[in-house]
Design a protein around this ligand. Structure first.
Ligand code: SAH
Length: 398
């Protein structure tokens, strides 16, 4: 069933779907069919284009299949389409149009997988100069050429950085690889909430920047005074937002390159009140506790601790420990922005971990806000899986 040219699909492979739950879910806009909902996937290869049909042969939806993944089919359309350049051009243009009134479309996530009806495809635009692409499924990998061609059609000669490094790819049985198409600069300058932020375009984490925190960073700025801490800072997004109002901003990250970018970005915005610490986050917080250091404002934005369900108990413990430490560092009246980007760590679980941390620390706090992923990472009501970033703003009693 190998088809090397998926943009000219010829006859698609049909697959009968009769599982009632799966059918109902698809009709609400859900885009996955699980392996156990399909009778057999024999004869299909990873990434094949399939048409789902009823037992009577009626068309349901089309998409890609990966017989080796628990999420076997990813639906790209409930209309009969061919996944060619013109299809992708339409979808990407729709994604762009959706974002135009919401964000600066030179600095944003342009395509957010299922949320843009493009499961497996992620694309950010960095400073209007580089497109950073992740292909996270076997289907997306197979459709790489028409997808990239559509991007080229819309964005002319913008260089493309393929950041095919996500953990999803391993689950899908794909290689981890990065490559540049066109002249990708090592670094790019972004604009965010009035700040200048340089990010690594080639060697950066994920797609190079975390646009999903844009709105949360803007709120962070409002609470800044005296001493601020940006723990798990990456290139300094949260701390930079606090720098104008705070006397001192402390950046902590375990990546030497990230800490170097924090330093550069503070300079670039003409702030001279930064302290830069390359350290494990837990270690740094423990040392601050030992030194009796305290902060008026803290951002705690660790990497995803729960990459799969089996790591959830461990992840809960990690959030508990981190937050207990961070709460101990809050001055009376101080504010903690605490976040989790693990999709599996649902809001109620996260809330519980935080409540336990508050009790264990003996620090009395109240929730004054909830944090979410920014508007260029929209959530599908029919697919809660598209919601992953959550957080709380906690204020300590005076
Ligand atoms: N707050 C950032 C994004 C943080 S992503 C923003 O909004 O832009 C998580 C960061 O944690 C990464 O920069 C990564 O280098 C760092 N990191 C991962 N494990 C760490 C650890 N054990 N200690 C400190 N930093 C860590």
């Amino acid at each position: 069933m190998k088809n090397d040219n998926p943009s000219q699909m010829g006859k698609p492979h049909t697959l009968i779907l009769s599982d009632k739950r799966a059918l109902r879910r698809i009709s609400t806009g859900f885009q996955w069919v699980y392996a156990n909902e399909l009778p057999s996937m024999k004869g299909f290869e990873s990434g094949d284009w399939v048409e789902l049909v009823t037992g009577q042969g009626e068309f349901i939806a089309c998409g890609t299949i990966n017989p080796h993944s628990l999420i076997a089919v990813r639906v790209l359309s409930r209309q009969r389409v061919s996944p060619d350049t013109s299809f992708f051009r339409q979808r990407i243009k729709a994604a762009l149009l959706f974002r135009k009134p919401l964000v600066d479309t030179k600095n944003c996530r342009l395509v957010f997988s299922e949320a843009d009806s493009l499961p497996g495809f992620v694309t950010d635009i960095l400073g209007g100069r580089v497109l950073s692409v992740q292909l996270n499924t076997a289907g997306a990998e197979r459709l790489k050429e028409p997808y990239l061609e559509a991007l080229r059609n819309i964005f002319g000669n913008l260089p493309v950085m393929l950041k095919n490094e996500s953990a999803f790819r391993e689950i899908e049985g794909l290689n981890i690889e990065t490559s540049a198409e066109g002249n990708v600069p090592d670094e790019v300058e972004l604009a965010e909430n009035g700040l200048r932020i340089r990010v690594p375009a080639k060697e950066g984490q994920k797609t190079g920047y975390y646009f999903d925190q844009r709105d949360n960073k803007r709120r962070f700025r409002e609470f800044a005074r005296d001493d601020a801490l940006d723990c798990f800072s990456y290139v300094g997004g949260f701390g930079l937002h606090a720098a104008e109002r705070a006397n001192r901003v402390t950046f902590v990250d375990s990546s030497a390159s990230a800490v170097e970018f924090c330093r550069k970005n503070m300079e670039l915005n003409q702030f001279d009140n930064g302290e830069f610490i390359r350290s494990d986050g837990f270690d740094a917080l423990n040392i601050f506790v030992d030194e009796n250091r305290t902060f008026d404002l803290i951002s705690l934005d660790p990497p995803a601790f729960a990459k799969s369900r089996k790591f959830l108990p461990k992840a809960e413990k990690a959030y508990f420990r981190l937050n207990r430490l961070a709460l101990q560092l809050l001055k009376p009246g101080g504010v903690l922005f605490t976040m989790s980007c693990s999709r599996l760590m649902e809001a109620s679980l996260f809330d519980t971990a935080i409540a336990r941390a508050a009790t264990a620390s003996g620090i009395s706090v109240r929730v004054i806000g909830r944090l979410h992923q920014a508007t260029d990472h929209p959530i599908l009501p029919s697919m809660r899986e598209t919601e992953y970033l959550k957080g709380l703003i906690l204020k300590r009693e005076n």
